[in-house]
Design a protein around this ligand. Structure first.
Ligand SMILES: Cc1cc2nc3c(=O)[nH]c(=O)nc-3n(C[C@H](O)[C@H](O)[C@H](O)COP(=O)(O)OP(=O)(O)OC[C@H]3O[C@@H](n4cnc5c(N)ncnc54)[C@H](O)[C@@H]3O)c2cc1C
Length: 354
């Protein structure tokens, strides 16, 4: 391979990544009787869809304006938790399917997915959330499991998906299966449709301009990374007196959150907000008081009143499957949505309704 390193080359001003075993990848494409699919977006949605399509034998070209490590997905905490994503009945199905896949991935040593124990807390007794039935061993927390000042909560074990490990793992998986990944911005869906007859739209908040879709809105989230120390369980508090707070321990650090501000698109972390996030989280787990701050980050959740997962035929010979608008749960829903995208591509190509 060239000076850019194994599997990376320049093509018409674009960076293209493909498996080191390119002969294999080319052979897979040549043998496949299925039409090539262009997936737009290389966050968690695009990469998961890319993997599922490749596993089913479709040749896949993935194009993203930013590489995986610069997407909103890279900022996610990312705990399995259906947050700010609708409609509930579809979200529950996708979340359930993804949970099963993440349970399986806990056994993959390098994927960065682990089961973490913890609590979601409330100021007063609450009914179980609609998704509680999907989570094994979901139960009311015992008083000794609750932080001070939070009289009620639920305890459950869920996967934490460590994005700095998981996104590179997912990208490797995609490339090993024979996919190719290009870092390039597409001006519009028309441009995408000139490149392929089948397009999967995983552009996240970028779908607002790319699709275009005026129903998309940003939900700004700020987080702070601190040293891991002894913190070993997550805590989620959406109803704290000073705002939402969550503590998500990973292998080498803890992600502290957070904020959720509709319409704010400032990508620069606010220092006062970071201090406030740390204070809110220390109130939940006092062991964080001495934790050294490592960094802060901002991401814009791709908000929409309803996740858009549907197929359309902009022209008789073209098929588009949309998969965007997952709000605060894009990781939580990623595999369930990818499974449905694959089904919709297959059914659209078999002449089924879209
Ligand atoms: C602070 C924070 C914490 C979060 N915590 C969690 C959590 O704990 N659990 C959870 O499930 N979710 C969480 N989320 C939400 C989650 O991050 C998002 O729902 C998810 O990342 C959306 O993934 P995506 O792949 O759809 O979009 P993105 O990750 O935004 O990727 C979109 C891709 O599309 C590309 N793109 C856009 N426009 C174009 C174009 N015109 N041409 C080419 N490419 C284009 C972009 O470059 C990018 O590659 C959190 C988000 C934030 C901000």
């Amino acid at each position: 391979m060239g000076a850019l390193g194994a599997g990376i080359r320049r093509q018409g001003g674009r960076l293209v990544l493909s498996s080191e075993d390119e002969t294999n990848a080319r052979a897979t494409k040549a043998l496949s009787k299925k039409p090539p699919v262009l997936v737009v977006g290389c966050g968690v949605s695009g990469l998961s869809c890319g993997v599922r399509l490749l596993q089913d034998g479709f040749p896949v070209r993935l194009m993203g304006a930013e590489p995986p490590e610069a997407t909103t997905s890279s900022v996610a905490a990312a705990i399995w938790y259906p947050y700010q994503s609708w409609p509930r009945e579809r979200v529950l199905g996708w979340a359930r399917a993804s949970l099963a896949e993440f349970h399986r991935l806990c056994r993959e040593e390098t994927a960065g997915v682990t089961q973490v124990d913890g609590v979601e807390v409330f100021p007063e007794p609450m009914q179980s959330p609609y998704w509680g039935e999907a989570v094994p061993e979901f139960r009311p927390a015992k008083p000794e499991e609750l932080p001070e000042g939070r009289p009620f909560g639920f305890r459950f074990l869920v996967p934490v998906v460590e994005m700095p490990l998981y996104l590179p793992w997912l990208q490797r998986r995609f490339l090993e299966l024979g996919g190719s990944l290009e870092i390039a911005r597409l001006a519009s869906m028309d441009e995408a449709l000139q490149l392929a007859d089948v397009v999967v739209n995983c552009a996240g908040l970028g779908a607002r301009e790319f699709t275009p879709d005026p129903e998309m809105f940003a939900l700004r989230g700020q987080v702070v990374r601190v040293e891991r120390g002894a913190v070993d369980r997550y805590i989620i508090d959406e109803h704290g007196p000073d705002g939402i707070a969550y503590v998500v321990p990973r292998s080498h650090d803890v992600v502290l959150g957070g904020t959720n501000v509709k319409g704010d698109e400032n990508l620069l972390p606010d220092a006062a907000e970071s201090d406030s996030i740390v204070q809110r989280c220390v109130a939940l787990d006092p062991r964080l008081a001495k934790a050294r701050k490592l960094s802060d980050a901002v991401g814009l959740r791709p908000g929409r009143a309803r996740v858009r997962l549907e197929a359309e035929r902009p022209r008789p010979d073209k098929l588009v499957v949309h998969d965007y608008g997952h709000g605060g749960a894009g990781v939580t829903l990623s595999w369930g949505c990818a499974d449905e995208v694959l089904q919709r591509v297959r059914s659209g190509l078999n002449g089924g309704g879209v």
